[in-house]
Structure formats: C-alpha cells, structure tokens
Design a protein around this ligand. Structure first.
Ligand code: 5AD
Ligand code: SF4
Length: 430
C-alpha cells in the first residue's frame, strides 16, 4: 500500500545517507530488502517464493545481506517461518522498529549473527520524527499524517501489525508539507489507515478537516489528496472542506467493502449501506465533479450470493470511477478467520468476475461522457512504448496525449478525444 511505499522511501533515505546507491540488478547488489504486506495471504506467499529464489545468489555472493521488513514481519509466525526456513536471510525487522534500521543493519553487518526485531508495547506507541526520506518520484509525494488503526474490522490484520492509532503533530506535518511544496512536488497525498480520525488523541486535539485547511493555505501550484477515509468517520465538514479548498482534489477514496447491511455489521464497519449512500449523495451535491473510488471484499465468510448482489447494486448506484476488488483472505488472529466459510474459492472468484463485469459497463458509460471535456492534467512521464505523455487529472484518472517531454512535471490543459476503461486519450490545447 502507499504506506509501505512511504516506509520504503524512509529506508532509502537512511541508505542514501549511509552512502549506498540503488540498483535493480541483483547481481551487483550488496543489500537486498523486501518490504512486505500482510493484508492478504497471496502477497505473503509471494514473499516466501521471492526470498527462496535468492538462495543461489546468496551462495554465489556470500557477503550479500538479504533483509525483510514491513507489516508481515510484525507477525510472529511469519518472522519465525523466515528464521527457520530461510537461513540465508540476515536481517528481519517490523514496521515498529523501522527508525532503528541503521543500527540493525550495522549489527547484521558486524556481529556475524542474524538479526530479528519486532515492535513491543513501547515501540507501538511511538512516533519518531526527523527520519530521512529519499522520494522516488519528482511529481508525486507521500506524506504520512498518522500511523496505526483502532478500527478492528473483523477481517483485517492491520491493527495487529501496525498498532494503535497515533497522529503526528500538525506542526511537524506542516513543516514537511512546506518542504515538499518547495521541492517542486505537485501531487501530494496525505496518508493514514483512517485519516478521518486524525488528531483525536493529540494533547491539543485537531480534526482532519482543520489539518487539511491548514495545509491548503500553503501557497503554491500543487494538488492535495488524502487516503484512506473510513466512511464511518467521514463528516460533512470534510466534504465542505474539500469543496472549498484551493488545492484539494475532487477525489475521494471511500472503501465501502460490501453492500449488505448484515455483512457490514459482521465486518464491524460501523455504518450501513444507507448511511454510506447518504454520505455519497451529500458529497456529490457539494462537489458535482467528485471522483469516487472504493475497496470491495468479495466472499466474506458466510456471505450469500444474494448478499453479494447487494454489493453489485451499490456499485451501480454510486457509479465509482474505479474499484479495488479483493477476494476475502483469512488472516490468522482476526475474528472473521474463525467464522464458518462455506462458499468455495472458485465460486467467490466467479462473483468477483461478475462484479468486475458490472464495473466495466459502468466505466464505459461514464467514460463516454468524458469525450469533449477539458482537464488540467499533471504530466508525470513519457511512455516508453508509444512516446505518449502520461498525466493525471484531479480525479486521479490517467490521460495519454502527444506532447513534448519538457511538459513532464508541469500542468497541461488537455481535451479528451477518446476513452476506454478509464484510460483517457486527449490532445494538448495549451
Ligand atoms: N481479505 C481481503 N481483502 C482485505 N482487505 C483488508 N483485509 C483483507 C482480507 N483479509 C482489503 C480491504 C481494504 C484493502 C486495503 O484491503 O478492502 O480496504
Ligand atoms: Fe483494516 Fe478496517 Fe483499519 Fe482499514 S479501517 S486498516 S480495513 S481495520
């Protein structure tokens, strides 16, 4: 997820300060790091496969340091599995001890022993400011405003591996934000598992809308986004702030997860279908050009086909720009993993197909209406294959068009000439 990307940029910041440079070629690497995800089983299995594939490389380059970090390494079983099954891995550390990376690497390099570190209660509650950052892009930047999650959705491992919600002080965020703007980044995303509960526990409490307004007041030619918003905590004040903002994108990622009230309750999401739809209605009224995206889990334990169809009907009713869809993956230690789960995986995979087919129809209908409109796009790169420039609208939609490379990193006015599956084709008008 974006939080992992942001963490990787911090580790790269440390490495750069230590004098490392970066390579994609594993043959010339002295240090290889996997930043892992724990949200679904599939990603975890891939990690084991990818690490296993390095065995021969390590045999040929015995001084190579192989390391794993990230959410999965906060899980005791996963870290133990690495310890037992992959003796050539030198260093394993979880998200809570990321700030100690230089010390951990130093130990792995000099003490000729394997290093395994995870968070404890104390680390769990801490925020460490002032870590170096080596940002990957030149136009987009990530800014973490809070860590952890207190929601305990019944399917989700995140609260167990990322710990309790804790917010950075607004002054620290503002300082970092100013420096990102000064460095020329033009698309800035504020990150947190549930940004709408930002600031609640601070000594001087502040809410997320207040934080947004404070950042939006910083002058400059940039766009401001945020993710992820939990529907149960998204307020009218948030929508109003988006509508009134100078830089805030008209894009809201609002994970609904399911369309049936029984499933939403089983998921412990804290809202109903009706409440979600009412929020969407308010948002669309205030921000007519709002682009909405969402996350959906198909095949939660005990979900029936009829309940799944309620998700499809909700998707139709809202008309999302795009969906991030997942088949339910049981995570050990979560409440949902203990529920009976009678529907076979193949059946769930068919449901997912059905949902995606519906979304494709919706996208096609919505896309057709884009032709002829003009968008201000931030140009991010030139495609290697066809030489087209690739930019992003305020609503987070990709636009391809012909133009000179000099436009990269700048805003351009582009008129849409064709649209397919939310990739828009356009021509430069300015
Ligand atoms: N199985 C499938 N999808 C999951 N997600 C979180 N936990 C699981 C799980 N156990 C999805 C949710 C969340 C997104 C980041 O990942 O949709 O919003
Ligand atoms: Fe997981 Fe729910 Fe927290 Fe999101 S809000 S990270 S889905 S527990």
């Amino acid at each position: 997820c974006q939080q992992n990307v942001a963490d990787s940029e911090k580790i790269k910041g440390f490495l750069a300060q230590m004098g490392f440079s970066f390579t994609e070629d594993e043959e010339e690497a002295d240090f290889i790091l996997f930043n892992t995800c724990a949200v679904r089983g599939h990603a975890e299995n891939r990690v084991f496969g990818n690490v296993g594939a390095l065995k021969d490389l390590k045999r040929r380059h015995p001084s190579l340091i192989i390391s794993l970090c990230g959410c999965m390494m906060e899980e005791k079983q996963a870290s133990e599995h690495i310890k037992q099954k992959f003796p050539f891995v030198n260093l394993v550390f979880g998200t809570h001890v990321l700030h100690r990376f230089p010390e951990l690497l130093w130990t792995a390099l000099t003490a000729s022993r394997r290093v395994f570190e995870r968070g404890d209660e104390q680390e769990d509650a801490r925020i460490v400011e002032g870590l170096p950052i080596h940002r990957d892009g030149t136009t987009r930047a990530w800014l973490t405003v809070m860590y952890g999650c207190d929601n305990f959705c019944s399917y989700c491992i995140v609260p167990y591996v990322r710990g309790r919600e804790r917010s950075r002080e607004p002054e620290a965020i503002l300082d970092e934000f100013r420096s990102i703007v000064a460095d020329g980044y033009k698309d800035i995303t504020l990150l947190g598992q549930n940004v709408n509960s930002y600031g609640k526990k601070l000594e001087r409490p502040i809410n997320f809308s207040q934080l947004l307004r404070m950042l939006d007041a910083v002058d400059g030619d940039y766009r401001l986004r945020f993710m992820t918003s939990h529907p149960k905590d998204a307020t009218h004040e948030l929508i109003d702030t988006m509508a009134e903002g100078r830089h805030i994108c008209h894009h809201l990622h609002l994970p609904v997860q399911a369309g049936s009230n029984r499933i939403l309750k089983e998921m412990n999401r804290g809202y109903t279908r009706e409440k979600y739809l009412a929020l969407v209605e308010y948002a669309r009224k205030k921000i007519p050009d709002l682009s909405l995206t969402t996350d959906i889990i198909v095949g939660f334990p005990g979900e029936t086909y009829e309940e799944f169809r309620e998700t499809v009907s909700l998707v139709r009713e809202v008309g999302f720009t795009s969906l991030f869809t997942f088949i339910y993956s049981p995570r050990e230690g979560t409440r949902a993993a203990r529920l009976p789960d009678p529907v076979p995986y193949e059946e769930k995979a068919r449901w997912l197909q059905e949902l995606c087919a519906e979304q494709e129809k919706i996208s096609a209908e919505r896309c057709a209406k884009e032709v002829g409109k003009t968008y201000r796009v931030l140009v991010e790169k030139q495609n290697e294959k066809d030489g087209l420039l690739c930019g992003r609208t305020d609503g987070n939609v990709i636009v391809l068009f012909e133009g000179s490379k000099e436009l990269i990193g700048n805003f351009a006015e582009v008129k849409i000439t064709a649209a397919r599956n939310w990739i828009l084709r356009g021509e430069l008008i300015q």
